[in-house]
Ligand binder design. Structure first.
Ligand SMILES: Cc1cc2nc3c(=O)[nH]c(=O)nc-3n(C[C@H](O)[C@H](O)[C@H](O)COP(=O)(O)OP(=O)(O)OC[C@H]3O[C@@H](n4cnc5c(N)ncnc54)[C@H](O)[C@@H]3O)c2cc1C
Ligand code: SF4
Ligand code: SF4
Length: 375
């Protein structure tokens, strides 16, 4: 769809610039913030939990599409974390939301989930976020997930199955050993219910299973198995394929590389990377910002993205100090620049999606034009 342009008078630079029209579609999809309780926690494996959050009967429903995610805040953990909705919304009970959460050793939120009986605990849930999801075509779905990346892909295949999508689906799941496998019966059920004119195949691939075990399925890295046994042998073709990746960034990068090398267009590749504090935070180009506040309305934590002024920068262009503009004293229109505090950012990328002017980006290599004016 072509993007309409408009002229914009930048009050700080005192000149007119051309900017795209805001994307109304995004602006009508602000997040819903609900209080809820953990209604159940179930072990899927020794380190992965199915966590169901129930919101109040009268709470606003979080209307999400399969593939999207929410942020969750739990007691004793100051900042929220992002988790993909793990079931198609039509398969959930009213006001309930399921997540698959994998224990990260030393990780605050996941250790809290794993560390005791959490049923009945009060939590906050905000969503939906993200654009990952099922496309409307009938092209073959190649889904590749690792670890708790099963969550978003499970929601997507549940939804495609409910819709009786007229397309084949190959779902490759990468795990270390048999002990890391879960949802195998549910995958068989999806295979039984899948559109009878098409194929659904669930292919678990184990990378660290003992040589002498009873496992007779594929071994090695999931992306290698997909590339060598399916892509190279023509079982699936880049001419009729949409790829859906979910899970650790390294796995996704390898899979995307293999598909790009085979000629699949970027527009046929969708992914949801489970990034965390080790990934760089997004960057703001304040020269593109029109102070519309959309990003501030979706941010999951008060201090990640802030209105600020009086920046001090060192010789390398890094901010060494700044003053927060107090929202109670000035309205949004009067703030000087927006600033992302890397230590507060949870890498949810909600601000990137919300910005109608592409002022916030995950273009990590770009030299961040963080500030409108240095003082
Ligand atoms: C869009 C999105 C969707 C996500 N969906 C899911 C989901 O459905 N299920 C799920 O389990 N997780 C998901 N995650 C990851 C999740 O948000 C948290 O990062 C993860 O649960 C760790 O949180 P924590 O509080 O336990 O660890 P933290 O306290 O945040 O981290 C502790 C330390 O461990 C590091 N760390 C974090 N994750 C890992 C890791 N995997 N391996 C090694 N070190 C790590 C951190 O960088 C930090 O140094 C998703 C992330 C994103 C961005
Ligand atoms: S700065 Fe952006 S990516 Fe970081 S936590 Fe806030 S909204 Fe999410
Ligand atoms: S950075 Fe935030 S305030 Fe600026 S244009 Fe984007 S969404 Fe609006």
């Amino acid at each position: 769809m072509a993007t309409a342009q408009k002229n914009f008078h930048d009050p700080f630079d005192n000149h007119f610039r051309t900017l795209p029209e805001p994307n109304r579609d995004i602006q009508t999809k602000r997040v819903t913030v609900n209080q809820g309780v953990i209604s159940s926690v179930e072990n899927l494996t020794y380190d992965t939990y199915k966590v169901v959050i129930r919101c109040n009967e009268d709470a606003k429903q979080i209307v999400f599409e399969a593939g999207q995610y929410a942020t969750i805040t739990v007691p004793g953990c100051r900042k929220p974390r992002s988790y993909s909705f793990a079931r198609a919304s039509e398969n959930e009970n009213k006001n309930e939301y399921s997540f698959f959460i994998r224990l990260v050793h030393g990780g605050k939120l996941s250790s809290w989930i794993a560390g005791g009986n959490r049923e009945g605990e009060h939590v906050k849930i905000s969503g939906p976020l993200g654009k990952f999801g099922l496309d409307p075509s009938n092209k073959t779905m190649v889904c590749i997930a690792g670890g708790s990346g099963m969550s978003a892909i499970n929601a997507i295949v549940e939804h495609a199955c409910n819709e009786q999508a007229e397309r084949d689906c190959y779902f490759f799941y990468g795990a270390r050993t048999q002990a890391d496998l879960y949802l195998q019966e549910e995958m068989q059920e999806i295979e039984r219910k899948w559109n009878k004119n098409n194929t659904f195949k669930f292919i678990p691939v184990l990378s660290e299973e003992a040589e002498d075990s009873d496992w007779d399925g594929p071994r090695g890295f999931v992306t290698d198995h997909f590339k060598n046994e399916y892509l190279s042998k023509g079982v699936v073709s880049v001419n009729d394929m949409k790829a859906f990746f979910c899970g650790p960034p390294v796995m996704i990068d390898l899979g995307v590389e293999a598909l790009q090398a085979a000629g699949l267009a970027d527009s046929d590749i969708y992914f949801d990377k489970f990034e965390d504090a080790r990934s760089p935070a997004p960057v703001i180009d304040n020269t593109k910002c029109v102070l519309c506040d959309e990003c501030l309305m979706v941010k999951p934590t008060p201090n990640c993205l802030v209105e600020a002024t009086n920046f001090k920068v060192n010789g390398g262009g890094n901010v060494t100090s700044f003053e927060r503009v107090q929202p109670a004293k000035t309205s949004g229109l009067y703030y000087n620049s927006l600033f992302i505090d890397e230590n507060e950012c949870i890498r949810c990328f909600a601000c990137v999606e919300a910005c109608p002017h592409d002022a916030i980006s995950v273009d990590y290599d770009k030299v961040p034009k963080t500030l409108r004016k240095y003082s």
